[in-house]
Design a protein around this ligand. Sequence first.
Ligand SMILES: C[S@@+](CC[C@H](N)C(=O)[O-])C[C@H]1O[C@@H](n2cnc3c(N)ncnc32)[C@H](O)[C@@H]1O
Ligand code: SF4
Length: 430
Amino acid sequence: MERMVRQLLLRALTGKREITLRRRIPSRSDLHAEFDRIASLGLYLHIPFCEQICSYCPYNKELFRRDLAERYVVAVKKEVDLYADVVRDRPITSFYIGGGTPTTMLAYGLGEIVEHIRSVFRLRCDIHMESHPNHLCEDSLSLIRSIGVEHLSMGVEALQERHLRALGRPYTVASVMDAVGRAMSHGFKCVNVDVMFALPGQTRKEAEETGRALVRMGVDQIAAYPLFRFPYTRLGRNGQPKNHGLSLALKRRTMLRSLEQVFYRAGYERTSVWAFTRRGVPRYCSVTVPLYLGLGASGGSYLRGLFLLNTFGVSEYARALERGRLPIALSVNLTERMQQAGWLYWRIYETSFAKSDYQERFGTDIDDAYGTWLKILELLRLLKDDGSRIALSDSGAFWLHALEDVLSIDYISKLWGTSKREPWPDQIAL
Ligand SMILES: C[S@@+](CC[C@H](N)C(=O)[O-])C[C@H]1O[C@@H](n2cnc3c(N)ncnc32)[C@H](O)[C@@H]1O
Ligand code: SF4
């Protein structure tokens, strides 16, 4: 049943029965041709190290090792150099450093990498970066600011000792609240706090309590994710209930509704499917810009007609660059229809967009391409179309979550799960 829904959706959105990524590195001239069609782009840098491996976490990471981190610095700088003549002086309009835990490298070359990126690419944007609450002492926060990070995020996850313990988070409620407070007093334009809800055994009251405590502190942005179970994580392997069981779906819906109320009453606005931002504050965001270049192990690049994925293996990534080769493991050419569907998905994910942006990107009217779909979704009150802008409703956001369960979580599991097992897979069919 799930497979059928996935196939129908994929077919309707992209015209394809499946999407296959292959082990094929584009030639330099292909890359030049691709970038020639791009006026500006975003940058993503992946830092694949953590001090612990959390049971639920799907991201590409390994335990921090100083020797590997030092090799990584040299490798990332080399990767930047290999893209220098392709990117040239195109403005970089967003820069996001994610992980893993980027702050594991704070004293081990993170600043050196950022400096190198500044010297090679034309950065025309703020830097947004993920961090860990245990890495946010006064000195580290000053160091983070001195690198030029203006928007900071950290994973808090929950504010009840029992849930922190069950998730294996290495701090107490009091110490994590202190870390949030310290981060908020360091002059960042936006401090984002990640929380997860629909945790095993969690009550609606507990989820609300977490949301309320954060808004009472005046945190700039709160990103609230339902706990997803990825089959290749320890949590997924332990046979926890599936993502899309009915009772779990109801629990998520109820908790999300409650959290929305907490945030809206406190003057926060929904700024992406997951995130709620204090009115008037610039939002913290990851890589949802239309086109971006991904650097680092497992960095993905979403270009115009091309999607590239770097190898997930950290040593393999470094070895490829030590040999002067780009560390791309997989690539796929994107048809116009795939590009349109991808663009639309990410713009809706950000909750609203101007129809003229679509016209500008694809040279056609969005109503000609997706008019019937938009009408149906509007009738179902999942979105609003005022003629010039399309905005997602709260129900629409919930159903987009549900769509993520059925579609993206499965694709991510296949793509990331296989890439974690095999650093250079021959192909992966989604
Ligand atoms: C890269 S991690 C956070 C940064 C840092 N490594 C930390 O742990 O504090 C990004 C966020 O993704 C969310 N996340 C991780 N695994 C998840 C899962 N299985 N389901 C839902 N959200 C998840 C968590 O809220 C987490 O804080
Ligand atoms: S949740 Fe954060 S600290 Fe834990 S494994 Fe994932 S990235 Fe690392």
